[in-house]
Design a protein around this ligand. Structure first.
Ligand code: AGP
Length: 613
């Protein structure tokens, strides 16, 4: 979604803003703009399209000045266009604003302001903010800060804002409510950004703003206030990862780099959490053993890829920890009556920790008295600050819009949490725990093995990428794998793909099968009847001449005899095979996208973190 960068200090803001916006490109956007203060005037450049369009505009009409604000816009209200791009100004052109979020009552505010003579130029909800501030200044606000506070008290919805006043040239104002915004603390300068990577080359000291806070930033100082004017002591935190973590490190895309990081991420999660007895240890985990023993139910809420991780988590918890579990899409959970009570543990899964629906679900659940455990990749994110306990997936920054390493880290988080909870609840024996831990430890090498097959996978993708559609089938632990594999394909190759529980195939999707349809069947060997059932499904596809691409255990002759193409994976325990199998499907989607010539790291229309409903 929209990205914000801002700078106040004694050098030209423009290069800082452009570099920051480039580092936020992964969030998804369709237009971009900057504003800086120069000789008491606000100077703005903005246009539709990629950042290179803005750079071209800046070459033709250069800008220099400070403070400055920059923005990448992901259109919600009003089409992507030059005029709808941010920054937006008030009637006088003396106040400039960049915004991420949605001002829900913008129509009524706009009507009111228009009646007072304000002239609006864009179709955006954002434009009401500079006009509201202008209005408050005219209506007797004590100063600029007071005008911002008064204006924001009238706005309903979500916002992260960067605000400049031509008549207050030393200060950059920032505000946050429901959309992410951080303050970067430099030497004699300050920054704002939607996300840490935007400013990591400038500083690693950050202040995470809370909802309802306004930051007043000068070159030499930062003050933070609440909307009612109370001063808040800002806490400066050190960001743990290095700037190199957000470089491509020689890979052609961030997504490919992140796919390759998976063995390392998984290995370090295992090393951190499995002790020498094979027990899962969760240092700093703040849910008491007594609470875990008495757990009546778990409800997992999340969106997209994180939802698929939740589906996998449910199977593990039910099978190994014997807890009743429900999963729901956060966007649905918040509008139903899920009958949860304080005995229900809510597990929210989110790479970014900023997904609007997931956050809304968590807030509801807390209102109902439930405890919240989050599985999250971003330290300091809103979700982690609103949870009772956090399992950090520690996959490092994920820049590719399509989630890869964060997903496998989420699956691993569920494995480790399950082992921990199962041991406390006494549902698995010590020897079974040790055996599971040993199997877990084999996963990173198994993922490495799959990465080693990428040339074969590329060839397979090359044969099947040009059709209009494909079907992905899996069962039990690999049903979420089928959904996630299909989602990856859709997201980055734009080929329609449908993930299905293989047992459901006969209830509809079988009608799609003909000699052109690629059907990806996840059929790794298991100790239960699921394997036999998958073989039957594959035969049903074969009988209808579907083009079978199987993900199968190496040396499985049965599957090899049925499939047109086989992606071999090492022999794994049933429970853990999804962590390995999905890597094959990430690569399959990747090479299909490459063959189709899409923008893999920044697929069209997608945003990395969906911070509006
Ligand atoms: C993953 O490839 C997607 N881009 C998307 O489905 C994502 O998983 C979803 O938006 C949830 O994001 P979150 O994990 O940051 O909450």
């Amino acid at each position: 979604m929209c990205g914000i960068v801002g700078f106040v200090g004694r050098r030209n803001a423009v290069p800082v803003l452009l570099e920051g916006l480039k580092r936020l490109e992964y969030r998804g956007y369709d237009s971009a703009g900057v504003a800086v203060l120069l000789d008491g005037q606000l100077q703005i450049r903005k246009c539709v399209g990629r950042l290179r369009n803005l750079e071209q505009q800046l070459q033709q009409a250069p800008l220099a000045g400070a403070p400055g604000i920059g923005h990448t816009r992901w259109a919600t209200h009003g089409e992507p266009s030059d005029v709808n791009s941010h920054p937006h100004t008030d009637s006088s052109g003396r106040i400039a604003v960049v915004h991420n979020g949605i001002i829900e009552n913008y129509q009524e505010l706009r009507r009111e302001l228009e009646q007072k003579g304000h002239i609006f130029r864009s179709e955006t909800d954002t434009e009401v903010i500079p006009h509201l501030i202008e209005n408050e200044l005219a209506d007797g606000a004590a100063n600029f800060e007071d005008a911002v506070r008064r204006a924001l008290r009238r706005a309903r919805g979500a916002y992260a804002l960067g605000i400049l006043f031509a008549d207050d040239p030393e200060i950059l104002y920032a505000a946050r409510h429901g959309s992410p915004l951080i303050v970067g603390v430099g030497d004699g300068e300050h920054f704002i950004a939607s996300d840490v990577p935007a400013i990591l080359n400038e500083t690693s000291r950050v202040i995470y703003l809370n909802d309802g806070e306004i930051a007043v930033l000068k070159a030499d100082g930062a003050s933070v206030f609440t909307l009612d004017g109370r001063a808040v002591r800002p806490e400066i935190k050190k960001v743990e990862f290095q700037a190199e973590a957000i470089e491509r490190a020689g890979f052609e895309t961030f997504m490919m780099k992140e796919i390759h990081e998976q063995p390392r991420v998984l290995r370090s999660l295992i090393a951190k959490h499995i002790d020498s007895n094979g027990h899962a240890q969760l240092p700093g985990f703040s849910l008491a053993d007594e609470y875990i023993k008495g757990l009546a139910r778990i409800m997992i809420v999340s969106c997209g890829t994180a939802y698929h991780a939740g589906m996998y988590g449910r199977l593990l918890f039910e099978n190994l920890a014997h807890v009743p579990v429900e999963t729901d899409l956060a966007s649905e959970f918040r509008y139903r009556n899920p009958m949860v009570d304080p005995g229900t543990l809510i597990i929210a899964v989110s790479q970014s920790g900023e997904t609007a629906d997931t956050l809304a679900s968590v807030r509801l659940a807390r209102k109902w008295g439930c405890k919240v455990l989050s599985i999250c990749n971003v330290r300091g994110s809103t979700l982690t600050r609103e949870s009772d306990a956090v399992f950090y997936t520690e996959a490092g920054p994920e820049i590719g819009v399509a989630s890869t390493k964060a997903y496998t880290a989420q699956l691993m988080a569920f494995c480790l949490l399950t082992l921990h909870i199962a041991r406390i609840r006494g549902t698995i024996s010590d020897s079974a725990t040790r055996e599971l831990a040993r199997a877990l430890q084999r996963i990173p090498d198994a993922v490495h093995y799959v990465l080693g097959r990428k040339d074969d996978i590329q060839k397979i993708a090359g044969k099947h990428h040009d059709g209009p559609s494909s079907l992905y089938l899996g069962r039990k632990y690999n049903y979420p794998t089928a959904l996630e594999g299909a989602l990856k394909n859709k997201e980055i190759s734009y080929q329609h793909a449908e993930g299905y529980a293989a047992g459901e195939m006969k209830h509809g999707p079988i009608a799609l099968i003909n000699e052109y349809l690629p059907v990806v069947c996840i059929c790794t060997r298991t100790e239960d009847e699921v394997y036999d059932k998958m073989i039957s499904n594959i035969k049903e596809v074969e009988a209808r001449h579907g083009r079978i691409i199987a993900v199968a255990t190496e040396n499985d002759r049965t599957v090899a005899g049925l499939a047109e193409d086989v992606i071999s994976v090492p022999d794994m325990r049933d429970e853990f095979s999804p962590i390995v199998n999905i890597v094959a499907l990430q690569l399959l989607a990747y090479y299909a996208a490459q063959a189709r010539g899409t923008d893999i790291d920044k697929p069209r229309n997608l945003a990395k973190s969906v911070t509006v409903e």
